[in-house]
Write a protein that binds this ligand. Sequence first.
Ligand code: IPM
Ligand code: MN
Length: 353
Amino acid sequence: MNRYKIAVIPGDGTGPEVIAEGVKVLEAAASKYGFGLDMTWYDYGGERYLRTGEVLPEGAAEELKQYKAIYLGAIGHPDVRPGILEKGILLALRFALDQYINLRPVVLYPGVDTPLKDKGPEDIDFVVVRENTEGLYAGAGGILKEGTADEVAVQESINTRKGVERCIRYAFEYCRRRNKKKTLTLCGKTNVLTYAFGLWERTFHEVAKEYPDIKTEYAHVDATCMWMVKNPEWFDVIVTDNMFGDIITDLGAMIQGGMGIAAGGNINPEGVSMFEPIGGSAPKYTGKNVINPMAAICAGQMMLDHLGETEAAKAVEDAVKRAVSKDLKSLSAGKMGYSTTEVGDLVAGYVRG
Ligand code: IPM
Ligand code: MN
């Protein structure tokens, strides 16, 4: 029997609640499909920071490298200034573990409401491949004369040939494996950010030569937002930089039914990857047993797929589809017609069959 060592970081706010339901479903899948999950829990997050003054302990990233995957809830605490935990934990792990891909499927399941009029599941089914270690997130820049009338703030986008190329290459490979429309769209801003997206565009066309079976498209980021709303069916796989990917995947989450269902993977194809619901810690719902754990469950499903447990992953996806189309009244917190734990029970029950 295959056994996988998994690090679990429930994190802040509703993170622990949704991760508990995700774990419930993962355990159900493991016993049904005959593999084992050895989970080790880590208390990284806002509470720990407030208690100890430490975001990540010395050697945390090194320690996490021994796992097959990381299952993360949410990072962000109302009593901690924005940026400290995000940069100190989430971004620190993405960078230290070189998780250079942020993979975000945008899929509308049958029976789920989308704010897009006249669009259905056949129209909303694409994947965003977001670069995850460079761009504006690299932290290059600084502040001079802070708080004075002469203050200068510089924040630079770092784009390396290596970083851009490995991301684009991953996107082509992913598009080929996905085998749907076989169309990869580069999302950029070549009309203004001529240096950064000049590099992206040149690299894109060079790498494209190795993938003659994949059709290539280009869209500026603003137009991408427009098309995501107007004609989402045009997209198959989108590849983009870190900042644009961050923005368009929140839009993507909304058209697929909201933060209650949107999941993503921070992928290092050669290392340890980390799977998370993309919705954040939702402090106002914390401890109320009302938050929707579906996004965490979907992150677990992506993790199973990544581990090679494709049958189990498919079973979780089918269970989620069944629950959202037949049972849940809404995907919004407090409006599901079920509590957080009941949703976990429901999906785990469907997985068990
Ligand atoms: C996300 C989040 C993070 C990001 C924040 C919390 C740092 O918005 O995963 O999309 O910007 O990457
Ligand atoms: Mn985001």
